[in-house]
Design a protein around this ligand. Structure first.
Ligand code: IMP
Length: 204
């Protein structure tokens, strides 16, 4: 059976993507599953660039069909920040809790009606046979809360409120998050591309 490498060291992303791709005719593996320890420097200024950097690097290292997600939070009142710097917003050694605290500290004076934000995800898929890379994307609008709520998900989920569900992203089950999230949309857009590639080649 072909293998698909989910090119991420982020446990939260891995769990969500495994869940969405579970029906595909391939074995889904993580870098840790196949003994790859690779940290790709995210030097791009847009999600697309960083997603490509990661999927190409992991496809080269593994020889497998590789799929990478680059994603982040864009907050209107902060001029689109943290954006591509979402993972590094509170410093390189910061935890999810530190990042949430830091973001809220930047928005102390922003009233509810000006707290619009969106999550964005760009997925890159690299075929190691010809290095061709395909892109898919998704986005999800919401509101930044004044304090964290909920224990599920990861990253900025506890402060990302979805008015249509009256819940933060961290109060949703994995299935419901995947059905509405930026990554869920991008991943569903990736399914026909993956099916086509898995049909043409064997990736082992
Ligand atoms: P990167 O794609 O590895 O650069 O990291 C993306 C960062 O954006 C994560 O570390 C999170 O801080 C944030 N992020 C991306 N997607 C989500 C999500 O679904 N929920 C919460 N935070 C997210």
């Amino acid at each position: 059976m072909s293998r698909l490498l989910i090119a991420t060291n982020n446990r939260g992303k891995l769990i969500e993507l495994r869940n969405i791709f579970q029906g595909l005719p391939c074995e889904i593996v993580s870098p840790a599953d196949i003994g790859i320890d690779l940290e790709v420097e995210e030097t791009g200024s847009i999600f697309e660039e960083n997603a490509i950097l990661k999927s190409v690097a992991f496809a080269r290292k593994s020889g497998l069909l590789a799929l990478a997600d680059d994603s982040g939070l864009e907050v209107k009142a902060l001029g689109g920040k943290p954006g591509v710097l979402s993972a590094r917003y509170a410093g390189t050694d910061a935890t999810d809790t530190d990042r949430v605290k830091f973001l809220l500290s930047q928005m102390l004076d922003v009233p509810l009606e000006k707290r619009q934000a969106r999550f964005r995800s760009v997925i890159a898929i690299t075929d190691p046979n010809d290095w061709h890379t395909e892109l898919c994307s998704g986005e999800c609008p919401g509101i930044i809360t004044f304090e964290p709520r909920g224990l599920n998900g990861f990253g900025y989920d506890p402060i990302f409120y979805l008015p249509q569900l009256s819940k933060t992203m961290a109060e949703l089950s994995r299935e419901v998050k995947n059905s509405i999230s930026h990554r869920g949309q991008a991943a569903r857009n990736a399914i026909p591309i993956l099916k086509n590639l898995l049909n043409i080649h064997k990736f082992t």
